[in-house]
Design a protein around this ligand. Structure first.
Ligand code: G
Ligand code: G
Ligand code: MN
Ligand code: NA
Length: 254
């Protein structure tokens, strides 16, 4: 409850920030996007882990205004980087289940794109498998609307959620993000390598891009390149950094 009070204060005060982590085209090293990750710096507690406060935002419903803040801050930031980042470089925003079922989601996204004169292809939405499992009228219409707006939609933490693949044929998606747990032992576990290889093949057979998450070593990059992965993201290329550091990053990373 104290943490909940503190979170309400964070919303009102100036305690939230977005950090940005580069996503790199494995073929040519170009930075093709940044994932926006919410950070909370509390006056007394210091940095609170997202794994602690994001679930709390979700439970309390504060994720709705917080998510709105993430969209408007991220899109304004991407607009400010116009001309400093490659035109095609996108901003990925994580969406939680409560945001996904919120009736105002699509109008809000439309509004924030317009307010920041952002071309829709510069905004990518990350959903999780569980959010795509419910094949309801709402799920269909939201995904259709995001597609019609011209946004990219990717499936985060792929391979760790419910195991139905039916949603992959139901909805028009753009990318699968292979969960870090399969990348961690990619180079030492034949099973993890087989899973990564299979996800990449599955994705490509369905015309989806593949992003590998949590890439930390050069040998993981080599293996992923060999397996035909498209985009890599992880500490090997860079940790999430504050906005002020983004334009100082190289536009090309080996
Ligand atoms: O990288 P990090 O430890 O910051 O992220 C931890 C978790 O918090 C991840 O699952 C990530 O998807 C989630 N997360 C980070 N930022 C946001 C956000 O803006 N909105 C939502 N819904 N989740 C976020
Ligand atoms: O669930 P989601 O994929 O949105 O969460 C991304 C989380 O993973 C963030 O907390 C981010 O800081 C973290 N992360 C990104 N790259 C790496 C990495 O290479 N190693 C580790 N340990 N964590 C990473
Ligand atoms: Mn994510
Ligand atoms: Na993930």
């Amino acid at each position: 409850l104290m943490l909940e009070q503190a979170l309400r204060g964070a919303m009102a005060g100036d305690e939230f920030a977005l950090h940005y982590q580069p996503q790199v085209d494995i073929a040519n090293g170009q930075v093709v996007g940044f994932e926006a990750l919410l950070r909370w710096n509390h006056d007394d507690m210091g940095q609170v882990a997202p794994s602690t406060f994001v679930p709390l935002l979700e439970e309390t419903g504060l994720i709705i205004p917080a998510g709105q803040w993430v969209f408007s801050t991220g899109c304004r930031q991407r607009h400010d980087w116009d001309g400093m980042l490659p035109e095609q470089c996108s901003l990925s925003v994580n969406l939680s289940p409560r945001q996904f079922i919120d009736k105002n989601l699509v109008p809000q996204i439309r509004q924030v794109l317009e307010a920041n004169a952002l071309p829709p292809y510069q905004l990518e939405i990350e959903l999780t498998e569980s959010m795509l499992m419910a094949d309801t009228e709402h799920t269909r219409s939201v995904l259709r609307a995001l597609k019609d707006l011209g946004l990219k939609v990717s499936v985060d933490d792929f391979g760790t959620g419910y195991s139905s693949l039916a949603y992959l044929k139901q909805f028009a998606l753009d990318a699968l993000k292979i969960d870090k747990q399969f990348i961690d032992s990619l180079t030492c576990s034949q099973k993890d390598a087989a899973i990564a290889r299979s996800i990449i093949q599955l994705a490509h057979n369905l015309d989806l891009q593949v992003v590998a998450e949590g890439v930390e070593t050069a040998s993981q990059v080599e293996t992923l390149r060999h397996l035909g992965c498209d985009v890599v993201q992880g500490f090997y290329f860079g940790k999430p950094v504050p906005a002020s550091e983004v334009i100082r990053l190289p536009h090309e990373m080996a």
